[in-house]
Design a protein around this ligand. Sequence first.
Ligand code: ADP
Length: 584
Amino acid sequence: MREGRIIKVSGPLVVAEGMEEARMFDVVRVSEKRLIGEIIEIRGDRAWIQVYEETSGIGPGEPVFLTGEPLSVELGPGLIESIFDGVQRPLDKVREIAGDFITRGIEVPGLDREKRWGFKPTVKRGDRVVEGDIIGEVQETTLITHRIMIPPGVNGVIDKIEEGEFTVEDVVAVVKTDSGEFKEIRMMQRWPVRQPRPYKKKLSPTIPLTTGQRITDTLFPVAKGGTAAIPGPFGSGKTVFLHQLAKWADAQVVIYVGCGERGNEMTDVLMEFPELEDPRTGEPLMKRTVLIANTSNMPVAAREASVYTGITIAEYFRDMGYSVALMADSTSRWAEAMREISGRLEEMPGEEGYPAYLGTRIAEFYERAGRVICLGSDDREGALSVIGAVSPPGGDLSDPVVQATLRVVKVFWSLDAELAYQRHFPAINWLRSYSLYLDNLDDYYKERLGEEWIEMRNLAMWLLEREAELMEIVRLVGLESLSPENRLIMEAARSVREDYLHQNAFHEIDTYTSLEKQFKMLDLVLTYYKKGQECLKKGVPIDKIVNLEIREDIAKAKFIPEDQLERIDEMKRRLIEAMDALSP
Ligand code: ADP
């Protein structure tokens, strides 16, 4: 193996000489301790290495070993249920070997080499296969069937394929390629993390990633294969919200990348996630989840690796034809790592010390999201939706990381400490949030829920905006000064907020709302408003409309189970009756 020599160590950054053969983003092992590093800059025979492990005690003169390979992940059965560090070492295995502290340079493969998986072929000898084709399946967990695919770049005819129990390194099939070579196919593939995995075609974002959360599905939907950002000031309910997404979003596979602070932030996730239940099956959520976590004793640079490792694993499950949701919490910590490394490289700093390429890196990351036609002859569809949490200092949204993120993501869910303080959950601020997918998704909603849905959603939003304006007036001159029409708007908007948007994640029924139930619930709220307008025209005093007893029903609609939605229709009938009966 070729080697260079360290000439300088500066925190997570090591400079070495004698590195003529090094290539950008190749992995090197630093010193006899064999710390994992990645080359991030080359000038002449010198290379600058970002080291993903603690560098204390390492000094000039020590060797740097070139591997000639880019930072890669292992893809195959065994990913699901794993908890990896940023360079894909399974934390439980590391702990077994090293105790509670990761001994530096420890080498543990990402995928278990001993474990045998039941492989069932789905093609036979003589079948023609192209890159991306599924040739067999492994029941990886009770919830996920792992589809074994022909790796990119391989096309030919199946020469041999066998059913049986295999390790990830065993040959499960042989393909005679078009050039006449025999290519052995194993269940495990390797893929360089900084390179997006290929697909045939990107599709437009026309299907929503439903979440069962009313405020996001109704007002600020994200598309399947779309991108969203969410800031989470402390105590604003970010953790609960991300858990809700992991449980309920219309995605089969969840990848959670935890780029936490060096301490407790990450332990929360590590402790809590494995305890979550998949609500639809009652199985542990981990049976369809991969966790990537920066442990407290890994330096900041490892955050960068974890983001890339996570998105590559997510793309791999997308390639199987799954809907995948990746959550990165928090991308601000990743950006801070970039800033630190950039500073040590003595690069020209951009805004607030972040490197000038901050925006590009963030954009490249989110651009790996998408709904695609996967490689393979069956033209299956896969989707990778990316939700990134941002945590600007002091909650300041003008922060460069937030701004760079908002330039690329299409949805912004503005979690708001003030709303959380008022116990309005999910604490997503309806005036500051937005979704740029609304137009793209309209056809889907019209078909599923009917043309009226678009109008209903717009009316709900309009009421909330009008309420905010009227609130200003009320603050100045009091509620009594409002016209009956405006009082009605205030009442209806309150109903939108309290009866509709407010949703209790911990209530058995309220925790999830189907689109059909959302339609009926919103219809109920808006019927009150529209009927109220009719009443006012007939001369009914506003107080009678405000004090209608039957309004209590509207508040209870959220607790009606999904299989009894006709009860909401019944409520609507009674509401109309009661309002028709109001007299001037
Ligand atoms: P953060 O991660 O932003 O610090 P959490 O997600 O832990 O905050 O939320 C703080 C508290 O807010 C939770 O313990 C819970 O009581 C409440 N909460 C947050 N979201 C919801 C929700 N959707 N429904 C009910 N309660 C919620």
